[in-house]
Design a protein around this ligand. Structure first.
Ligand code: ADP
Ligand code: ADP
Length: 225
C-alpha cells in the first residue's frame, strides 16, 4: 500500500470565467512508504496546488487522495484537519518560524497543540535539533540564526508530530547553492532515519537526482521525470 496515493485528481481555478485554468487534469501519483520523490516542474505548473491537495490543505474538484491507506475524499474539514496534523509535515521555501520563540519552542508548540506533554515535547524537539546538527542553537530565536539554520529548524518543526508523510515546496529554494546542498543533506538524513515518505518540489535537478525517483507535472498530469 502506498503512503500517498492520488488518483484522477483534477483541479480548475476560476471555473467558467475567462481566466479559467485547469491546473491538474486526472493526475495520479503514488509515494511508497519510505520513498523520497522529487517533483520537478516550471513555475506555474501546479506544484503548490498538487502539494496542497496531497496534504489535505485543499480539495480537488474530483479524484481521490489517500494517505496511509485512508481515503480522505469527502471527509469533513474537521477530520481532514486532525489527519493533517498527525499525518503530514510541511516545509516551505521560507521558514515561517515564529520570531518571538526560540528554535526549541518553535518545535515544541505544534506538539502541545497535538496534546503532547511539555516535557516529552521538549525532549523530542531537542533530539530533532541535534539530528540536523544544530542542537547548540536550541535557545536561539530565528533572527539570531543563519538561513540554513532557520530552515533546519523548519524541518524539525515539520517532523515534530512524527508525521508519516513530508511535503516540501522548494525547501532550500532561498539558500545559496552550497548551503542548500548541506541543508538538503540534513533533510535527507532525517527523512531516511525516520522512514518518512516524502514528496519534495524543487527546481534543483541535482537535488532531485539524489532522491529515489523524479516526477514532473506536464499538462496537469504527473509523468515520470
Ligand atoms: P506552482 O507551484 O507550480 O508555481 P501553483 O499550483 O501555485 O503552481 O499554480 C498553478 C496555476 O494555478 C498558476 O497559473 C496559478 O496562477 C494558478 N493558481 C494557483 N492558485 C490559485 C488560486 N487560488 N486561484 C486562482 N488561480 C490559482
Ligand atoms: P509558490 O511560490 O509556492 O508557487 P505562489 O506564490 O504561486 O506560491 O502562491 C501563493 C498562494 O497564492 C498559494 O496559496 C496559491 O494557491 C495562491 N495563488 C497563486 N496564484 C494565484 C492566482 N492566480 N490567483 C489567486 N491565488 C493564487
Amino acid at each position: 500500500e502506498a503512503m500517498l496515493a492520488l488518483e484522477g485528481v483534477s483541479k480548475t481555478y476560476n471555473k467558467g470565467r475567462e481566466n479559467e485554468v485547469r491546473v491538474l487534469d486526472e493526475a495520479a501519483l503514488q509515494v511508497r512508504a519510505g520513498e523520497m520523490v522529487a517533483l520537478v516542474a516550471p513555475s506555474g505548473a501546479g506544484k503548490s496546488t498538487l502539494l496542497h491537495i496531497a496534504g489535505l490543505l485543499d480539495t480537488p474538484d474530483s479524484g481521490t487522495v489517500r494517505i496511509g491507506g485512508t481515503d480522505y475524499t469527502g471527509l469533513s474539514d474537521r477530520r481532514r484537519t486532525v489527519a493533517r496534523r498527525q499525518e503530514v509535515g510541511f516545509v516551505y521555501q521560507f521558514h515561517h518560524l515564529l520570531p518571538e520563540f526560540t528554535a526549541l519552542e518553535n518545535i515544541v508548540l505544534p506538539q502541545l497543540a497535538n496534546g503532547i506533554a511539555r516535557a516529552e515535547a521538549q525532549t523530542r524537539a531537542a533530539d530533532l535539533l541535534a539530528r540536523v546538527g544544530i542542537g547548540a542553537r536550541a535557545d536561539h530565536r530565528p533572527s539570531a540564526m543563519s538561513g540554513g539554520e532557520q530552515q533546519r529548524v523548519a524541518f524539525c518543526r515539520a517532523l515534530a508530530n512524527a508525521p508519516r508523510l513530508l511535503l516540501a515546496d522548494e525547501p532550500t529554494g532561498n539558500l545559496d547553492p552550497a548551503t542548500s546542498d548541506q541543508v538538503f543533506g540534513a533533510l535527507m538524513t532525517l527523512v531516511r532515519e525516520t522512514g518518512l515518505s516524502a514528496l519534495i518540489a524543487t527546481h534543483n535537478l541535482d537535488l532531485a537526482a539524489r532522491m529515489d525517483r523524479v516526477v514532473r507535472l506536464d499538462q496537469g498530469q504527473v509523468v515520470a521525470g
